[in-house]
Design a protein around this ligand. Structure first.
Ligand SMILES: Nc1nc2c(c(=O)[nH]1)N[C@H]1C(S)=C(S)[C@@H](COP(=O)(O)OP(=O)(O)OC[C@H]3O[C@@H](n4cnc5c(=O)[nH]c(N)nc54)[C@H](O)[C@@H]3O)O[C@H]1N2
Ligand SMILES: Nc1nc2c(c(=O)[nH]1)N[C@H]1C(S)=C(S)[C@@H](COP(=O)(O)OP(=O)(O)OC[C@H]3O[C@@H](n4cnc5c(=O)[nH]c(N)nc54)[C@H](O)[C@@H]3O)O[C@H]1N2
Ligand SMILES: [Mo]
Length: 694
């Protein structure tokens, strides 16, 4: 065991928040209480620095509002009035209710609803998948983060793989496309700065002048949703000016001829009005990208939350094929290492899909509101079990979700650390452990390390980990299958037991000893250096028969780019520095730092509406409305407004989130939601009091 300078035991762990960085940390414990939590200075990627939220993680662990005991609702749904109950009573009430629902309507009437609130491997997806699969509960399509992007990349590459982000230090042309690295992926930034010190240029493509855009060498602000048009205009220049690596293209891809014909329609001059970027800038971007190697495109969330999100990703992934960027060390494309990490692990062993009841329906998390309110769904959702998620804040069409959650005949169970905006509607709220109270194998979607999170303290109050919650539920339901009761250590050993070469020498014991391990592969690992794409032919698909068969355009396409209807503005969101998605709004320090909900708006749009900086405005459309403080800002372009994402309301009183006005419109494919194709009216609701400028 490691000991601190004052001889306290120090326990190694890893952050479980839904974030690419997956920092490792050290926790000093004194008489059973965690006294200090700080970044592990030895971790090569996170280098001992934690973010502004997790630096104060212990305030979350010991927060007075933490749910410490099982709670039972006594007031109306949504009000959040509960009384303390026992685990025994809560579990037997849940089991009794679920058994009668299953007998009357079938298990599909129960919807387990979870996301990546804890993205540790076994706390996110293990015993829950086994139990609900065996019972035959409705399955959930989880496509609100990453899936659209992955599916778009798959259309071209056959898989969602990209380069190892640490290799970006070798890149010489870096395009951060629809991502705010400094805020959301802070440990990648030093890698990029090192690349810059070695001569790299950093370009940011984002409709908003984000913190990252401010620090970039060049910022281009396209109209939201027009990125595929921009990429096609780049391809037009690459092909026209013979900047294509024809050797790479002819050996390792298919459909170059068809693509060449397609891009003729995308001359920079024609795309300038579509994208809002001048023809000269498009020409310059394409030439620089086509003549500088290694070049890398690093996109993230901003592109996938549009209705054309998958096609946009499909289009962008054609660029490094045309330039042959994949040949070069530090060249290619990188979005997430998540699917790569999972492909090395024994996921089937972990979730045991062979025991799932067959023919069960799948509901999409995006549609939660409509599904809860549906008169047609057969069977209707009669019970909802929420864990690792706070859908009232994070899922589009919030009003509809709350309407559904108010249904008197709906039996809602929430397992969380706090009485979240969603938990306020629950019949039972059950206490969840924090990351320093549970064991897990933590994968990362932003680097190539696996970490072991060891519990530093006993569960606070009567809280239990997700895996323990599902063991208890299985017991209460009278199940006896031993694999529903596997211990956390057994689950981790199962996950590691895959015989994948990248896991060679990586054992539970080694993780216990070292805390984290880098995958066993060469530093200089290039996924598609000699083709080897994940398609049946091994070639990348510039033209795709598979897409055609599914009714999509077989070639990259700009999609129909939406314009705001007259008088309305297009609303997009981004993550904040001090909140992690819907979380941390409960902690005063972070609440204070983020302040009240605001809307950034260009001076021209303010003027047109006779609005003033600092005024309270009502942001609304046919879905609902949300009140925010209006900020005059030159970070946004006219016609586009920006609102931060998070739970800005006082969770005890109201749910206040941008998702009050976002649609659950399906993306082209990939099962996601066109959140950012939200069009809103903005009108004053109060007098000006001079808020701070963004
Ligand atoms: N408009 C708009 N909407 C968005 C986004 C956006 O940018 N704009 N972002 C989208 C994206 S990318 C994402 S990933 C989603 C995130 O949406 P969510 O996953 O709903 O949000 P989180 O705040 O990450 O986590 C949800 C809950 O998990 C709980 N939790 C944490 N650890 C545990 C645990 O060990 N056990 C249990 N039972 N609960 C735990 C937290 O306390 C929190 O209440 O939101 C999406 N929605
Ligand atoms: N501090 C902090 N860090 C986080 C999170 C958090 O909540 N807080 N959440 C974590 C999660 S779950 C995720 S998925 C990641 C997300 O990481 P990012 O993708 O970096 O997060 P966002 O802030 O949503 O950045 C997306 C950017 O896309 C831009 N954008 C919107 N529409 C378009 C468009 O049409 N075209 C282009 N080019 N850009 C567009 C937005 O203005 C925004 O700046 O962050 C993770 N890290
Ligand atoms: Mo996410």
């Amino acid at each position: 065991m490691i000991r601190s300078e004052n001889s306290l035991p120090v326990i190694r762990g890893a952050c479980g928040h839904d974030c690419p960085d997956t920092c490792t940390w050290l926790v000093e414990v004194n008489a059973g209480r965690a006294e200090r939590l700080y970044g592990d200075p030895d971790h090569p990627f996170t280098r001992g620095t934690l973010c502004g939220k997790v630096n104060h993680y212990l305030e979350r662990v010991y927060h007075p509002d933490r749910v410490l005991y099982p709670l039972k609702r006594v007031g109306p749904k949504g009000v959040g009035q509960f009384i303390r109950t026992t685990w025994e009573e809560a579990l037997s009430a849940i089991a009794e209710r679920w058994k009668s629902i299953m007998a009357e309507s079938g298990a599909e009437a129960i919807l387990p609803y979870s996301s990546a609130g804890n993205q540790g491997l076994i706390q996110m997806a293990s015993l829950d998948r086994r139990l609900f699969g065996l019972l035959g509960c409705s399955q959930l399509e989880r496509a609100i983060c990453g899936e659209v992007a992955r599916e778009g990349a798959v259309a071209t590459q056959g898989n969602g793989y990209g380069i190892d982000p640490e290799e970006m230090v070798h890149s010489r042309y870096i395009i951060l496309w629809g991502t705010n690295t400094i805020v959301t992926n802070m440990h990648l930034w030093p890698v990029l700065l090192e690349a810059r010190a070695r001569g790299a240029k950093i370009v940011v493509i984002d409709p908003i002048r984000t913190r990252t855009a401010e620090q970039a060498d060049w910022h281009l602000a396209p109209r939201p949703g027009s990125d595929a048009a921009l990429a096609l205009a780049m391809m037009h220049v690459l092909i026209r000016d013979q900047l294509v690596d024809l050797d790479y293209v002819s050996r390792y891809s298919q459909g170059y001829e068809q693509l060449s014909v397609r891009v003729r329609d995308y001359a920079p001059a024609a795309m300038a009005s579509v994208t809002g970027i001048s023809a000269e800038e498009i020409e310059q971007l394409a030439r620089e990208y086509g003549t500088t190697q290694p070049s890398v495109i690093r996109p993230l969330l901003g592109l996938e939350h549009h209705h054309n999100g998958a096609m946009t990703y499909r289009t962008l992934t054609c660029l490094p094929i045309l330039t042959g960027a994949w040949r070069h060390r530090g060249g290619g494309f990188y979005r997430s290492s998540g699917s790569l990490q999972c492909s090395t692990l024994n996921m089937r062993g972990l979730v045991m899909p062979q025991h799932n009841r067959q023919g069960v329906r799948t509901l999409n998390m995006r549609d939660l509101g409509n599904d809860l309110c549906s008169q047609e769904l057969s069977p209707p959702i009669r019970s909802l079990c929420v864990y690792n998620a706070n859908p009232v804040v994070s899922v589009p069409n919030q009003q509809r979700i709350m309407e559904g959650l108010r249904r008197e005949d709906l039996f809602t169970v929430v397992h969380d650390l706090f009485i979240t905006e969603t938990a306020r509607f629950a019949d039972y709220v059950l206490p969840a452990t924090s990351q320093i109270e549970c064991l897990d194998l933590v994968t990362a979607w932003g680097h190539h390390y696996l970490s072991l999170n060891r519990p530093a303290i006993e569960p606070v109050g009567e809280s239990v980990s997700n895996t323990e919650f599902f063991r208890r539920l299985a017991g209460a339901l009278g199940r006896t299958e031993p694999w529903l009761f596997d211990s956390d250590e057994q689950l981790i050993r199962t996950a590691l037991d895959s015989r994948h070469p990248w896991l060679e020498g990586i054992t539970y014991e080694r993780l216990c000893r070292d805390g984290y391990v880098r995958f066993h592969h060469d530093r200089d690992w290039r996924p598609f250096v000699e083709g080897g794409f994940g398609t049946p032919s091994g070639r990348a698909r510039l033209y795709s028969e598979e897409l055609k068969r599914c009714g999509h355009d077989p070639l990259p396409w700009s999609g129909d780019i939406r314009q705001a209807p007259p008088g309305q503005l297009q609303l997009i969101t981004g993550k904040t520095l001090f909140y992690l998605n819907s979380s941390y709004a409960h902690v005063e320090r972070h609440r204070h730092r983020e302040g009240e909900l605001f809307l950034e708006m260009h001076a021209d749009d303010l003027l047109q509406r006779d609005l003033r900086h600092g005024q309270l405005v009502n942001v609304s459309n046919q879905l609902g409305s949300v009140v925010a403080r209006c900020r005059k800002s030159d970070r946004v372009r006219p016609g586009v407004v920006w609102m931060p994402f998070g739970g800005f309301g006082d969770a005890r009183n109201n749910a206040c989130s941008v998702n009050a006005v976002t649609p659950e419109e399906p993306t082209d494919w990939g099962g996601g939601s066109g959140f950012y194709d939200a069009f809103v009216d903005v009108v004053a609701v109060g007098a000006t009091d001079g808020g701070q400028s963004g």
